[in-house]
Design a protein around this ligand. Sequence first.
Ligand SMILES: Cc1cc2nc3c(=O)[nH]c(=O)nc-3n(C[C@H](O)[C@H](O)[C@H](O)COP(=O)(O)OP(=O)(O)OC[C@H]3O[C@@H](n4cnc5c(N)ncnc54)[C@H](O)[C@@H]3O)c2cc1C
Length: 380
Amino acid sequence: MDLELTEEQRIFKKAVRSFVEKEVAPLVEEAEEKETFPISLFRKMGELGYLCVRYPVEMGGAGADKVTECILVEELCRVCAGIAGGVLVQSGLATEPIYRFGSEELKERFLYPAIRGEKIGAFALTEPDVGSDAASIRTRAVREGQYYIINGSKMFITNGPICDFAVVAASVDPSRKAHGINLFVVEKGTPGFTVARKLRKVGNCSAETGELVFEDCKVPVSHRIGPREGGGFAQIRETLMSGRITYGARCTGVAQAAYEAAFQYAQQRVQFGKPIGKFQVNRFKLASMAMKIDIMRSYTYRVARLSDMGARVMKEASMVKLFCSETLQEVLSQAMQIHGGYGYMMEYPIQRFWRDGRLFTITEGTSEIHHMIIAQELGI
Ligand SMILES: Cc1cc2nc3c(=O)[nH]c(=O)nc-3n(C[C@H](O)[C@H](O)[C@H](O)COP(=O)(O)OP(=O)(O)OC[C@H]3O[C@@H](n4cnc5c(N)ncnc54)[C@H](O)[C@@H]3O)c2cc1C
Protein backbone atom coordinates (compact mmCIF):
# COMPACT_ATOMS: atom_id res chain seq x y z
CA MET A 1 0.00 0.00 0.00
CA ASP A 2 1.23 3.42 -0.93
CA LEU A 3 1.01 5.52 2.23
CA GLU A 4 2.64 8.50 0.53
CA LEU A 5 -0.37 9.25 -1.65
CA THR A 6 -3.85 10.45 -0.76
CA GLU A 7 -6.87 8.41 -1.83
CA GLU A 8 -7.48 10.91 -4.65
CA GLN A 9 -3.88 10.62 -5.87
CA ARG A 10 -4.07 6.80 -5.81
CA ILE A 11 -7.24 6.89 -7.93
CA PHE A 12 -5.54 9.35 -10.29
CA LYS A 13 -2.51 7.06 -10.63
CA LYS A 14 -4.74 4.14 -11.59
CA ALA A 15 -6.69 6.19 -14.13
CA VAL A 16 -3.52 7.60 -15.68
CA ARG A 17 -1.87 4.18 -15.94
CA SER A 18 -4.92 2.86 -17.73
CA PHE A 19 -4.98 5.90 -20.08
CA VAL A 20 -1.27 5.61 -20.86
CA GLU A 21 -1.42 1.88 -21.52
CA LYS A 22 -4.52 2.21 -23.72
CA GLU A 23 -3.85 5.48 -25.55
CA VAL A 24 -0.08 6.06 -25.48
CA ALA A 25 1.57 2.60 -25.56
CA PRO A 26 0.12 1.67 -29.00
CA LEU A 27 1.68 4.84 -30.49
CA VAL A 28 5.22 4.26 -29.25
CA GLU A 29 6.66 1.90 -31.83
CA GLU A 30 5.71 3.99 -34.85
CA ALA A 31 6.65 7.27 -33.18
CA GLU A 32 10.10 5.96 -32.24
CA GLU A 33 10.66 4.34 -35.62
CA LYS A 34 9.64 7.40 -37.62
CA GLU A 35 11.12 9.85 -35.12
CA THR A 36 7.88 11.84 -35.06
CA PHE A 37 5.73 12.92 -32.16
CA PRO A 38 2.13 11.59 -32.33
CA ILE A 39 0.55 15.04 -32.49
CA SER A 40 -3.05 13.86 -31.99
CA LEU A 41 -2.06 13.01 -28.42
CA PHE A 42 -1.88 16.70 -27.50
CA ARG A 43 -5.61 17.20 -28.15
CA LYS A 44 -6.56 13.89 -26.59
CA MET A 45 -4.68 14.69 -23.39
CA GLY A 46 -5.95 18.28 -23.50
CA GLU A 47 -9.59 17.14 -23.65
CA LEU A 48 -9.07 14.97 -20.58
CA GLY A 49 -7.23 17.69 -18.67
CA TYR A 50 -4.09 15.48 -18.62
CA LEU A 51 -1.93 17.72 -20.77
CA CYS A 52 -1.26 20.54 -18.34
CA VAL A 53 -2.63 19.15 -15.09
CA ARG A 54 -1.29 21.81 -12.79
CA TYR A 55 -3.10 24.77 -14.32
CA PRO A 56 -6.49 25.78 -12.88
CA VAL A 57 -9.63 24.00 -14.04
CA GLU A 58 -11.08 27.27 -15.37
CA MET A 59 -8.08 27.51 -17.73
CA GLY A 60 -8.58 23.93 -18.95
CA GLY A 61 -6.14 22.21 -16.57
CA ALA A 62 -6.96 19.86 -13.72
CA GLY A 63 -6.01 22.17 -10.84
CA ALA A 64 -3.67 19.44 -9.61
CA ASP A 65 -0.78 19.75 -7.17
CA LYS A 66 2.88 18.99 -7.94
CA VAL A 67 2.68 15.47 -6.47
CA THR A 68 -0.19 14.64 -8.84
CA GLU A 69 1.80 16.02 -11.77
CA CYS A 70 4.71 13.76 -10.74
CA ILE A 71 2.38 10.74 -10.74
CA LEU A 72 1.32 11.53 -14.32
CA VAL A 73 4.90 12.09 -15.47
CA GLU A 74 6.16 8.84 -13.95
CA GLU A 75 3.40 6.87 -15.68
CA LEU A 76 4.11 8.53 -19.05
CA CYS A 77 7.85 7.90 -18.77
CA ARG A 78 7.28 4.30 -17.74
CA VAL A 79 5.82 3.79 -21.21
CA CYS A 80 7.76 6.29 -23.35
CA ALA A 81 10.20 8.94 -22.21
CA GLY A 82 10.34 10.49 -25.69
CA ILE A 83 6.61 11.13 -25.91
CA ALA A 84 6.67 12.31 -22.31
CA GLY A 85 9.44 14.75 -23.26
CA GLY A 86 7.23 16.48 -25.83
CA VAL A 87 4.28 16.60 -23.44
CA LEU A 88 6.40 17.96 -20.60
CA VAL A 89 7.72 20.89 -22.58
CA GLN A 90 4.09 21.76 -23.32
CA SER A 91 3.00 21.53 -19.69
CA GLY A 92 6.14 23.16 -18.30
CA LEU A 93 8.83 25.23 -19.97
CA ALA A 94 6.74 26.45 -22.93
CA THR A 95 3.68 27.51 -20.95
CA GLU A 96 4.71 28.16 -17.35
CA PRO A 97 6.38 31.53 -18.06
CA ILE A 98 3.16 32.69 -19.78
CA TYR A 99 1.00 31.29 -16.99
CA ARG A 100 3.05 32.90 -14.23
CA PHE A 101 4.29 36.11 -15.79
CA GLY A 102 2.38 36.66 -19.06
CA SER A 103 -0.33 39.18 -19.91
CA GLU A 104 -3.97 38.18 -20.34
CA GLU A 105 -3.51 38.71 -24.09
CA LEU A 106 -0.68 36.14 -24.20
CA LYS A 107 -2.69 33.73 -22.07
CA GLU A 108 -5.73 33.98 -24.35
CA ARG A 109 -3.67 33.60 -27.49
CA PHE A 110 -1.15 30.92 -26.47
CA LEU A 111 -1.65 29.46 -23.00
CA TYR A 112 -5.30 28.39 -23.10
CA PRO A 113 -5.05 26.81 -26.58
CA ALA A 114 -1.86 25.05 -25.41
CA ILE A 115 -3.63 23.63 -22.34
CA ARG A 116 -6.37 22.33 -24.65
CA GLY A 117 -3.72 20.79 -26.92
CA GLU A 118 -4.70 23.00 -29.86
CA LYS A 119 -1.35 24.78 -30.05
CA ILE A 120 2.05 23.20 -29.48
CA GLY A 121 4.70 25.10 -27.58
CA ALA A 122 8.50 25.00 -27.41
CA PHE A 123 10.99 26.66 -25.08
CA ALA A 124 14.15 28.04 -26.66
CA LEU A 125 17.04 28.98 -24.38
CA THR A 126 20.05 26.91 -25.49
CA GLU A 127 22.14 28.13 -28.44
CA PRO A 128 24.75 26.46 -30.64
CA ASP A 129 27.56 28.07 -28.58
CA VAL A 130 25.81 28.61 -25.25
CA GLY A 131 24.43 25.81 -23.06
CA SER A 132 25.13 25.68 -19.32
CA ASP A 133 26.25 29.31 -19.19
CA ALA A 134 22.74 30.44 -20.11
CA ALA A 135 23.27 34.05 -18.99
CA SER A 136 25.66 34.45 -21.94
CA ILE A 137 23.09 33.89 -24.69
CA ARG A 138 23.80 35.79 -27.89
CA THR A 139 20.31 36.01 -29.37
CA ARG A 140 19.45 39.72 -29.44
CA ALA A 141 16.13 41.53 -29.28
CA VAL A 142 16.36 45.15 -30.33
CA ARG A 143 13.39 47.40 -29.78
CA GLU A 144 12.09 49.39 -32.75
CA GLY A 145 8.88 51.26 -31.85
CA GLN A 146 6.16 48.77 -30.97
CA TYR A 147 8.26 45.77 -32.07
CA TYR A 148 11.39 43.86 -31.13
CA ILE A 149 13.67 42.62 -33.91
CA ILE A 150 15.09 39.23 -32.89
CA ASN A 151 18.28 37.75 -34.35
CA GLY A 152 20.00 34.55 -33.29
CA SER A 153 19.68 30.78 -33.27
CA LYS A 154 18.57 28.18 -30.76
CA MET A 155 19.82 24.61 -30.53
CA PHE A 156 18.34 21.29 -29.28
CA ILE A 157 14.82 22.67 -29.00
CA THR A 158 12.26 20.02 -28.02
CA ASN A 159 9.02 20.37 -30.03
CA GLY A 160 10.88 22.92 -32.21
CA PRO A 161 10.00 21.22 -35.53
CA ILE A 162 6.30 20.91 -34.63
CA CYS A 163 5.67 24.01 -32.55
CA ASP A 164 3.00 26.66 -33.17
CA PHE A 165 4.85 29.05 -30.88
CA ALA A 166 8.17 29.22 -29.09
CA VAL A 167 9.03 30.99 -25.86
CA VAL A 168 12.41 32.42 -26.81
CA ALA A 169 15.09 33.85 -24.53
CA ALA A 170 16.89 36.88 -25.98
CA SER A 171 19.04 39.65 -24.62
CA VAL A 172 17.72 43.19 -24.80
CA ASP A 173 20.91 44.51 -23.21
CA PRO A 174 24.03 42.27 -23.37
CA SER A 175 25.96 44.62 -21.06
CA ARG A 176 23.59 43.56 -18.24
CA LYS A 177 24.20 39.81 -18.87
CA ALA A 178 21.48 37.83 -17.01
CA HIS A 179 19.66 41.02 -16.01
CA GLY A 180 19.28 42.05 -19.65
CA ILE A 181 17.39 38.92 -20.74
CA ASN A 182 13.69 38.67 -21.66
CA LEU A 183 11.40 35.90 -22.85
CA PHE A 184 9.36 36.50 -26.02
CA VAL A 185 6.55 34.47 -27.52
CA VAL A 186 7.27 33.99 -31.21
CA GLU A 187 4.52 32.52 -33.33
CA LYS A 188 5.06 30.05 -36.17
CA GLY A 189 4.73 31.86 -39.48
CA THR A 190 6.28 35.08 -38.19
CA PRO A 191 8.60 36.21 -41.00
CA GLY A 192 12.21 35.49 -40.06
CA PHE A 193 11.39 32.52 -37.77
CA THR A 194 12.39 29.19 -39.29
CA VAL A 195 13.14 25.64 -38.19
CA ALA A 196 16.62 25.29 -39.70
CA ARG A 197 16.77 21.53 -39.21
CA LYS A 198 15.36 18.62 -37.30
CA LEU A 199 18.04 16.84 -35.27
CA ARG A 200 18.51 13.08 -35.09
CA LYS A 201 19.14 11.77 -31.60
CA VAL A 202 20.45 8.67 -29.81
CA GLY A 203 17.27 8.31 -27.78
CA ASN A 204 13.94 9.95 -26.97
CA CYS A 205 13.38 9.69 -30.72
CA SER A 206 9.64 10.34 -30.55
CA ALA A 207 10.29 13.81 -29.14
CA GLU A 208 11.09 16.09 -32.05
CA THR A 209 14.15 18.26 -31.55
CA GLY A 210 15.37 21.04 -33.79
CA GLU A 211 17.46 24.11 -34.40
CA LEU A 212 15.49 27.36 -34.66
CA VAL A 213 16.74 30.44 -36.46
CA PHE A 214 15.58 34.04 -36.06
CA GLU A 215 16.59 36.49 -38.77
CA ASP A 216 15.25 40.01 -38.38
CA CYS A 217 12.20 38.42 -36.82
CA LYS A 218 9.71 41.17 -35.91
CA VAL A 219 7.77 40.45 -32.73
CA PRO A 220 5.23 42.84 -31.13
CA VAL A 221 6.22 44.35 -27.79
CA SER A 222 3.08 42.75 -26.35
CA HIS A 223 4.74 39.34 -26.93
CA ARG A 224 7.42 40.11 -24.36
CA ILE A 225 6.67 38.14 -21.18
CA GLY A 226 6.69 40.51 -18.24
CA PRO A 227 6.03 44.22 -17.85
CA ARG A 228 9.58 45.54 -18.35
CA GLU A 229 12.90 44.96 -20.05
CA GLY A 230 15.06 42.48 -18.14
CA GLY A 231 13.71 40.09 -15.53
CA GLY A 232 13.49 37.16 -17.97
CA PHE A 233 16.34 35.24 -16.36
CA ALA A 234 14.52 35.08 -13.02
CA GLN A 235 11.45 33.76 -14.88
CA ILE A 236 13.61 31.10 -16.53
CA ARG A 237 15.14 30.13 -13.19
CA GLU A 238 11.71 29.73 -11.56
CA THR A 239 10.39 27.70 -14.49
CA LEU A 240 13.43 25.44 -14.59
CA MET A 241 13.25 24.89 -10.84
CA SER A 242 9.71 23.54 -11.06
CA GLY A 243 10.76 21.26 -13.95
CA ARG A 244 13.59 19.79 -11.90
CA ILE A 245 11.14 18.31 -9.41
CA THR A 246 9.12 16.78 -12.24
CA TYR A 247 12.44 15.46 -13.56
CA GLY A 248 12.63 13.18 -10.51
CA ALA A 249 9.41 11.57 -11.72
CA ARG A 250 10.74 11.27 -15.28
CA CYS A 251 13.76 9.36 -13.99
CA THR A 252 11.60 7.20 -11.72
CA GLY A 253 9.33 6.25 -14.64
CA VAL A 254 12.19 5.14 -16.87
CA ALA A 255 13.87 3.31 -13.96
CA GLN A 256 10.60 1.50 -13.21
CA ALA A 257 10.26 0.44 -16.85
CA ALA A 258 13.84 -0.88 -16.88
CA TYR A 259 13.31 -2.74 -13.61
CA GLU A 260 10.09 -4.37 -14.84
CA ALA A 261 11.81 -5.47 -18.06
CA ALA A 262 14.80 -6.90 -16.15
CA PHE A 263 12.57 -8.63 -13.59
CA GLN A 264 10.59 -10.35 -16.35
CA TYR A 265 13.69 -11.32 -18.32
CA ALA A 266 15.34 -12.76 -15.21
CA GLN A 267 12.39 -15.16 -14.76
CA GLN A 268 12.40 -16.26 -18.41
CA ARG A 269 16.05 -16.65 -19.31
CA VAL A 270 17.43 -20.04 -18.32
CA GLN A 271 21.17 -20.70 -18.02
CA PHE A 272 22.99 -23.50 -16.16
CA GLY A 273 19.57 -25.18 -15.80
CA LYS A 274 17.95 -22.31 -13.85
CA PRO A 275 16.25 -18.98 -14.54
CA ILE A 276 19.04 -16.39 -14.23
CA GLY A 277 16.90 -14.61 -11.61
CA LYS A 278 17.67 -17.49 -9.23
CA PHE A 279 21.38 -16.64 -9.12
CA GLN A 280 22.13 -14.57 -6.06
CA VAL A 281 24.01 -11.90 -7.98
CA ASN A 282 20.97 -11.17 -10.14
CA ARG A 283 18.52 -11.34 -7.23
CA PHE A 284 20.69 -8.79 -5.44
CA LYS A 285 20.80 -6.58 -8.54
CA LEU A 286 16.99 -6.60 -8.74
CA ALA A 287 16.70 -5.96 -5.01
CA SER A 288 19.09 -3.04 -5.26
CA MET A 289 17.22 -1.61 -8.27
CA ALA A 290 13.85 -1.84 -6.49
CA MET A 291 15.32 -0.10 -3.42
CA LYS A 292 16.80 2.74 -5.49
CA ILE A 293 13.55 3.29 -7.38
CA ASP A 294 11.61 3.43 -4.13
CA ILE A 295 13.98 6.12 -2.83
CA MET A 296 13.79 8.08 -6.11
CA ARG A 297 10.00 8.06 -5.99
CA SER A 298 9.74 8.96 -2.29
CA TYR A 299 12.29 11.73 -2.61
CA THR A 300 10.51 13.18 -5.62
CA TYR A 301 7.18 13.17 -3.76
CA ARG A 302 8.83 14.78 -0.74
CA VAL A 303 10.24 17.70 -2.71
CA ALA A 304 7.00 18.00 -4.72
CA ARG A 305 5.07 18.18 -1.45
CA LEU A 306 7.44 20.84 -0.09
CA SER A 307 6.84 22.82 -3.27
CA ASP A 308 3.05 22.37 -2.89
CA MET A 309 3.40 23.82 0.62
CA GLY A 310 5.00 26.93 -0.88
CA ALA A 311 8.50 26.28 0.48
CA ARG A 312 11.56 27.61 -1.35
CA VAL A 313 13.07 24.49 -2.88
CA MET A 314 15.91 25.77 -5.08
CA LYS A 315 18.41 23.42 -3.39
CA GLU A 316 16.04 20.45 -3.07
CA ALA A 317 14.90 20.73 -6.70
CA SER A 318 18.52 20.44 -7.85
CA MET A 319 19.13 17.61 -5.39
CA VAL A 320 16.15 15.61 -6.65
CA LYS A 321 17.14 16.14 -10.30
CA LEU A 322 20.78 15.23 -9.64
CA PHE A 323 20.08 12.25 -7.39
CA CYS A 324 17.37 10.71 -9.55
CA SER A 325 19.13 11.17 -12.90
CA GLU A 326 22.42 9.73 -11.58
CA THR A 327 20.68 6.85 -9.77
CA LEU A 328 18.76 6.12 -12.96
CA GLN A 329 22.09 5.45 -14.71
CA GLU A 330 22.91 2.77 -12.11
CA VAL A 331 19.51 1.14 -12.52
CA LEU A 332 19.74 1.19 -16.32
CA SER A 333 23.22 -0.30 -16.28
CA GLN A 334 22.10 -3.16 -14.01
CA ALA A 335 18.92 -3.78 -16.03
CA MET A 336 20.96 -3.93 -19.23
CA GLN A 337 23.47 -6.34 -17.66
CA ILE A 338 20.70 -8.73 -16.61
CA HIS A 339 19.54 -8.87 -20.24
CA GLY A 340 22.97 -10.03 -21.49
CA GLY A 341 23.37 -9.96 -25.29
CA TYR A 342 19.65 -9.73 -26.02
CA GLY A 343 19.52 -6.43 -24.18
CA TYR A 344 21.82 -4.95 -26.80
CA MET A 345 19.46 -5.98 -29.60
CA MET A 346 16.88 -3.51 -30.87
CA GLU A 347 14.05 -6.00 -30.46
CA TYR A 348 14.11 -5.83 -26.65
CA PRO A 349 12.67 -2.69 -25.02
CA ILE A 350 15.50 -2.31 -22.50
CA GLN A 351 17.72 -0.72 -25.16
CA ARG A 352 15.19 2.11 -25.57
CA PHE A 353 15.00 2.77 -21.83
CA TRP A 354 18.82 2.73 -21.69
CA ARG A 355 19.17 5.18 -24.64
CA ASP A 356 16.34 7.43 -23.41
CA GLY A 357 17.51 7.59 -19.80
CA ARG A 358 21.08 8.47 -20.76
CA LEU A 359 19.88 11.96 -21.64
CA PHE A 360 18.68 12.71 -18.16
CA THR A 361 21.98 13.77 -16.60
CA ILE A 362 22.37 16.30 -19.42
CA THR A 363 19.15 18.29 -20.05
CA GLU A 364 17.58 20.90 -17.82
CA GLY A 365 20.93 21.41 -16.12
CA THR A 366 23.77 18.89 -16.31
CA SER A 367 24.79 16.99 -13.18
CA GLU A 368 27.83 19.25 -12.88
CA ILE A 369 25.64 22.37 -12.93
CA HIS A 370 23.33 20.90 -10.27
CA HIS A 371 26.33 20.15 -8.04
CA MET A 372 27.26 23.83 -8.47
CA ILE A 373 23.75 25.05 -7.58
CA ILE A 374 23.55 22.82 -4.51
CA ALA A 375 26.98 23.95 -3.31
CA GLN A 376 26.00 27.58 -3.84
CA GLU A 377 22.75 27.06 -1.90
CA LEU A 378 24.76 25.44 0.91
CA GLY A 379 26.96 28.53 1.02
CA ILE A 380 30.11 26.67 -0.05
C1 LIG B 1 17.53 15.98 -26.46
C2 LIG B 1 17.74 17.37 -25.91
C3 LIG B 1 16.63 18.19 -25.75
C4 LIG B 1 16.80 19.51 -25.29
N1 LIG B 1 15.72 20.34 -25.21
C5 LIG B 1 15.93 21.65 -24.97
C6 LIG B 1 14.85 22.59 -25.06
O1 LIG B 1 13.70 22.22 -25.35
N2 LIG B 1 15.13 23.93 -24.86
C7 LIG B 1 16.38 24.37 -24.56
O2 LIG B 1 16.56 25.56 -24.40
N3 LIG B 1 17.42 23.49 -24.42
C8 LIG B 1 17.22 22.17 -24.64
N4 LIG B 1 18.27 21.28 -24.55
C9 LIG B 1 19.59 21.79 -24.17
C10 LIG B 1 20.09 21.27 -22.84
O3 LIG B 1 19.41 21.87 -21.79
C11 LIG B 1 21.61 21.50 -22.83
O4 LIG B 1 22.15 20.47 -23.64
C12 LIG B 1 22.22 21.51 -21.46
O5 LIG B 1 21.82 22.64 -20.76
C13 LIG B 1 23.75 21.47 -21.50
O6 LIG B 1 24.26 22.43 -22.38
P1 LIG B 1 25.32 21.99 -23.49
O7 LIG B 1 24.78 20.78 -24.16
O8 LIG B 1 25.62 23.17 -24.33
O9 LIG B 1 26.59 21.54 -22.71
P2 LIG B 1 27.80 22.49 -22.18
O10 LIG B 1 27.26 23.60 -21.36
O11 LIG B 1 28.67 22.84 -23.32
O12 LIG B 1 28.55 21.49 -21.21
C14 LIG B 1 29.40 20.44 -21.69
C15 LIG B 1 29.97 19.74 -20.47
O13 LIG B 1 30.73 20.67 -19.67
C16 LIG B 1 30.22 20.69 -18.35
N5 LIG B 1 30.32 22.04 -17.80
C17 LIG B 1 29.86 23.21 -18.34
N6 LIG B 1 30.14 24.22 -17.54
C18 LIG B 1 30.76 23.71 -16.43
C19 LIG B 1 31.28 24.27 -15.23
N7 LIG B 1 31.20 25.56 -14.95
N8 LIG B 1 31.85 23.42 -14.33
C20 LIG B 1 31.93 22.10 -14.59
N9 LIG B 1 31.45 21.51 -15.71
C21 LIG B 1 30.87 22.31 -16.62
C22 LIG B 1 28.77 20.25 -18.46
O14 LIG B 1 28.27 19.76 -17.23
C23 LIG B 1 28.90 19.19 -19.54
O15 LIG B 1 29.32 18.00 -18.95
C24 LIG B 1 18.11 19.97 -24.96
C25 LIG B 1 19.20 19.12 -25.11
C26 LIG B 1 19.03 17.84 -25.60
C27 LIG B 1 20.25 16.97 -25.78
